[in-house]
Design a binder for this molecule. Structure first.
Ligand code: 5GP
Ligand code: ZN
Length: 137
């Protein structure tokens, strides 16, 4: 897609710090370096987000995830690593599907957490949520 910043990176029209590439995917340093080694993994074909991700492209991207994760672990020996994928506004800022690999370090200032709402859920609440998703396939 001609106006997509990540397509331009794949095509070399915009420079990037590439760390891995194969026939189907491209991995490069996120410009923000939220933590040291923060990497983005993207398919080479332009797909806006997970809702339009076909199975074959998903296969290629997620096959590469552990490869890139292991390289980051070997390079920086982080205490952990988050894998994040944002979809749709306001979470997603670049509409070319991408997986963030974010190595984590002591006192890195990154906060990725969710609140435990389990006390607010009865058995029937859980079942209603389960049914809503199951029926949507
Ligand atoms: P999102 O918020 O869509 O999940 O993440 C998009 C990511 O792309 C952001 O973390 C941002 O730093 C990164 N990004 C945006 N533009 C560029 C760029 O031109 N080069 C690189 N390397 N990263 C970019
Ligand atoms: Zn693109």
């Amino acid at each position: 897609m001609s106006e997509c910043i990540f397509c331009k990176i794949i095509n070399g029209e915009i420079p990037s710090y590439k760390v891995y590439e194969d026939d189907h995917v491209y991995a490069f340093l996120d410009i923000t370096q939220g933590t040291r080694g923060h990497t983005l993994l993207i398919p080479k074909n332009h797909i806006p987000n997970v809702y339009e991700l076909d199975e074959e492209t998903a296969h290629h991207v997620f096959k590469a995830v552990p490869k890139v994760a292991k390289a980051i672990k070997k390079a920086f020996n982080p205490i952990g690593l988050n894998i994040i994928n944002n979809n749709d506004r306001p979470l997603q800022s670049v509409y070319h599907f991408h997986v963030h690999l974010i190595p984590r370090y002591e006192h890195d200032g990154v906060s990725i957490s969710s609140i435990d709402h389990s006390n607010d859920y009865s058995e029937s609440d859980f079942k209603a949520v389960q049914d809503a998703i199951k029926q949507a396939f």
